[in-house]
Design a protein around this ligand. Structure first.
Ligand code: ATP
Length: 617
């Protein structure tokens, strides 16, 4: 990763200026060209006004009526231009910003969705940096894009005014310019401090978002009310807000003081200049028009210099933020690309082999998998069982190549998964995760998430729902497959304000299963606790269906219900990241190890439950 951390500032921000200019130009060539033309015109307006005023006053002084009318006409035209130009500029700016913003967000989302693994999303430092990168969107670069035009206008205005001032008083021209140097230095330091403070508060801001979303999140609403957490969460939000505000307050105070001192300096300079002009006029060295032009030129030059300093400061601020954007968008993928060019992943024919796989989530973390060697033969069902935290879901995540093994390898018909592009591998798999998603979308869309190309293929979606045993449930919903499964969003396409429906846990589970079954014909089917939320009858029914579906297909099944895995071709017991037992159900029962013990425990509990139920009838 490059030098930027959310807490520290990205290095050498000015090196991005050409990148941003090019981005803006490519995003909105029309508005950018128009803005440049308008800028050139407006850059010359102040000097034109100064000389128009001088001509008018001098003409009036010598009672030249024709000259006075011409000068007044010129001033009126310039005034009209000055009145219209800001509105045209504002529109062009906004349009350029809108288009640039789309491009920036496109780049950011392309990078983030392009990360193939999960490790970045489990890094607080990455999230802090990402937050700073999003600060660069939403018009935050306006001071830079518009600043480039402002800078051109200010430089034009400055040069033309300085020429006017040089004609009248070279010393004053030098003094006014010199007075701008401390302002530039002070503003640059202020900007750095402001962005640094913002970056330092990134984690606090993210926590504030977390707590405030818990207050409003419908999923958290039950526990928040049940456990009376409202006050606690509110105090956490306000605590984070107060911390952020304290940082800002200190900055604001410092900036107010610095700006006041700079204002004092510029007033002293213009005051001294005016005194000189008064004495020079009294001596007869300057005409009345010269004095008027001088006063206007000093004020104009100072304003242009302040404008230039502000432009530079704004651009610096925007470039620092863009530094985070550039940092995130230039991050390489978190999984190393295949070392040699992959010729594509062949259809599975022999099986998947884990060779002495060791894995831990971070160097400082304990080992989660410790030397796992296992083959999932082609066409067979392997069941993975074990106590909580044994490493079952981790093994599945490695099979999907969300992470690479720390040691050892996983091979697909002998091909190391490290040599396979993750997207290619995932196209060949259907996986039901233990923590599947419930999308705030329609029922049809929820299923289609499994294979987005099938979004408009209703027969396929319905077939998958039938296979998962959820078709009748969905059909009975108020709008069938078009029913929104959300209480916080309306239907995206249809103009309706009809409240959606919330499914039960087991119904969601079946819908998630339908999502996976939509990916029919995949080489490997992985089911992590497919029946966790189901009632006994539904569980039995789903397992019978799945057993039929798995027949002859390569699959990996994880379940705590040992009754559901007894038909598997191979049962593997994982204990503390190691394979403790392996064999068929009968072999493991005969061996009388941990599996047999657990199976008997579950069977006894089940029988006891049944007898108690019978007795109470
Ligand atoms: N993203 C992660 N980062 C760090 N540690 C993790 C992560 N995910 C899991 N772990 C740790 O890895 C270990 C194994 O977790 P895993 O989810 O693989 O277990 P499991 O066998 O699937 O458990 P369960 O039966 O409860 O689902 C646990 O100690 C867990 O704390």
């Amino acid at each position: 990763m490059s030098a930027a951390t959310a807490g520290g500032l990205p290095g050498r921000p000015w090196r991005h200026i050409a990148t941003v200019a090019l981005l803006a130009w490519r995003a909105a060539p029309g508005p950018a060209a128009c803005q440049l033309a308008v800028t050139l015109v407006t850059g010359l307006l102040p000097a034109g006004t100064v000389w128009g005023t001088k001509l008018l006053v001098d003409a009036l002084t010598v009672a030249d009526a024709g000259g006075a009318f011409r000068a007044a006409g010129l001033l009126a035209l310039l005034g009209l231009a000055a009145g219209i130009v800001p509105h045209v500029t504002a529109y062009l700016r906004a349009e350029l910003d809108r288009r640039l913003d789309r491009r920036l967000q496109d780049q950011l989302y392309a990078s983030v969705t392009g990360f193939q693994g999960l490790s970045r999303f489990e890094s607080p430092a990455f999230h802090d940096r990402l937050r700073m990168a999003t600060e660069a969107t939403g018009g935050a670069l306006t001071p830079l894009t518009s600043g480039l035009f402002d800078a051109v206008r200010n430089v034009l205005a400055l040069v033309s005014l300085l020429i006017s001032l040089l004609v009248l008083s070279p010393a004053m021209a030098g003094l006014v310019t010199a007075a701008a140097v401390p302002a530039l230095i002070a503003r640059t330091a202020m900007v750095k401090r402001r962005v640094g403070t913002l970056a330092g508060l990134s984690a606090t801001a993210r926590r504030q978002i977390l707590y405030s979303s818990l207050i409003t999140d419908v999923k958290a609403a039950k526990e928040v009310r049940m456990f009376g957490l409202g006050g606690f969460l509110k105090s956490r939000v306000l605590g984070a807000l107060a911390a952020a505000q304290e940082g800002e307050r200190r900055l604001d105070r410092r900036e107010a003081l610095t700006q006041s001192l700079l204002a004092l300096l510029s007033t002293a300079v213009s005051g001294a200049g005016l005194l000189w002009a008064v004495f020079a006029a009294l001596d007869g060295g300057l005409s009345l028009g010269d004095v008027t032009a001088f006063a206007a030129a000093v004020a104009g030059t100072q304003a242009a210099l302040v404008g230039l300093v502000e432009t530079v400061a704004g651009a610096h601020h925007a470039l620092l933020l863009f530094g985070y954007h550039a940092d995130v968008t230039s991050l390489p993928d978190d999984l190393p690309s295949p070392s040699r060019r992959s010729a594509g992943l062949p259809a599975l024919r022999r099986g998947i082999e884990l060779r002495d796989v060791w894995f831990r989530y971070d160097d400082g973390h304990p080992w989660v998998l410790r030397g796992v060697t296992l083959t999932i033969p082609y066409g067979a069902t392997v069941a993975l069982v074990g106590l909580n935290g044994a490493g079952k879901s981790t093994l599945i995540k490695l099979l999907c190549r969300f992470y690479d093994p720390s040691r050892g390898s996983i091979r697909w018909d002998g091909v190391d998964l490290r040599d396979v592009p993750p997207a290619e591998l995932r196209r060949r798999m259907g996986v039901l995760f233990q923590d599947y998603m419930c999308y705030d979308l329609t029922a049809a869309e929820n299923i289609a998430m499994g294979e987005i190309e099938a979004l408009h293929d209703r027969p396929r979606i319905e077939d998958a729902a039938r296979l998962a045993g959820v078709h009748d449930v969905v059909r009975a919903l108020p709008r069938g497959y078009e029913t929104m499964l959300s209480r916080i969003f309306f239907h995206e396409e249809e103009e309706t304000d009809e409240a959606g429906v919330v499914l039960s846990g087991g119904q969601w589970q079946r819908l998630a299963l339908a999502r996976v079954l939509l990916r029919e014909g995949r080489d490997l089917l992985v089911l992590d606790e497919p029946s966790a939320g189901l009632d006994a009858r539904a569980e039995h029914e789903i397992h019978t269906r799945l057993a039929r579906l798995r027949a002859g297909r390569t699959s990996l099944l994880v379940s705590h219900r040992l009754g559901a895995v007894r038909a598997a071709d191979l049962i593997v017991v994982l204990r503390d990241g190691e394979i403790a037992e392996r064999g068929t159900h009968d072999e493991l029962m005969t061996a009388g190890g941990g599996y047999a013990e657990l199976f008997e425990l579950q069977a006894r509990d089940y029988l006891a439950g049944t007898e108690a139920h019978e007795g109470s009838r």
